[in-house]
Structures are given as C-alpha cells and as structure tokens.
Design a protein around this ligand. Structure first.
Ligand code: MN
Length: 131
C-alpha cells in the first residue's frame, strides 16, 4: 500500500533516514522541519499518516498534535509520535496530547516499516489500540 506520509522532524539525519526508509517502502514522503509548517502542511495536503517528532524548535510535537486533533480539517489523520522517550510519564504525555501511538527512535528498518504499515491499515477505522 502506497501512502502519503508527512514527517515532522527537525534533526536532518533522522529526517533523511526516516524519509529514505519510507521511500524504499514505496511511500510518498512530505517533510516539515518544524511543527508550525507541519500543521499547515497537514491541513493543505491531507496526508494518510503523520509521523511527529516531540522535541522541535518553537512549538513542540505535543502542542502540534493537540492542534491537529482539535481542527476538524485534520482531526481524522492519524498522528504517531517518533520519540526516543520510553518512560511511562512520557507515554502518558504523548497519549494525552492526542497521539494515536508512538514509534521509538532509533528506528529499525524492518520493524519501522511494519509499524507504519500497521498504522496505515488502521487509518480508515476508528481509534486503534490504546498506546
Ligand atoms: Mn527533535
């Protein structure tokens, strides 16, 4: 399944890696290196999935996701956190911001693509399993 995936990530090396893996998986990648442009791009381009870094310059990924989930234009788009945070309190912060789930960094090629495919396959339905 080819999808249009928006990646919001300020670290150039991570952006390059994530974009390369998604492209090799046959997906079309849209890029934003800050949350403000990511939110605008999401509304304009209506991607199938958004992969959102948490720590971003200016607005962070938590606030960006709150905005996406409260705007009727983007509320239905699944937003998955790309995060190195693995602590329980971070998981709760991510969940309460409205993220649909998270993928831990550093990403592993094969499992990353599998997780992305899983989120894409659930995109059309109601909310998936709780994180
Ligand atoms: Mn970052």
């Amino acid at each position: 399944m080819t999808a249009r995936i928006l990646v919001v990530e300020d670290n150039p090396a991570n952006m390059k890696l994530v974009s390369m893996v998604l492209a090799k998986g046959g997906h079309h990648v849209l890029q934003a290196d800050d949350a403000e442009s990511g939110v605008v791009l999401a509304a304009d381009e209506q991607p199938d999935l958004i992969l959102m870094d948490i720590l971003l310059p200016g607005m962070d990924g938590l606030e960006a996701t709150r905005r996406l989930k409260t705007d009727p234009l983007t509320a239905r788009i699944r937003v998955v956190a790309l995060t190195a945070f693995a602590m329980k309190e971070d998981e709760l912060r991510i969940q309460s911001a409205g993220f649909d789930g998270y993928i831990a960094k550093p990403i592993q090629y094969k499992s990353f693509l599998q997780e992305v495919e899983r989120w894409l396959s659930e995109s059309a339905g109601p909310r998936g399993p709780a994180i």
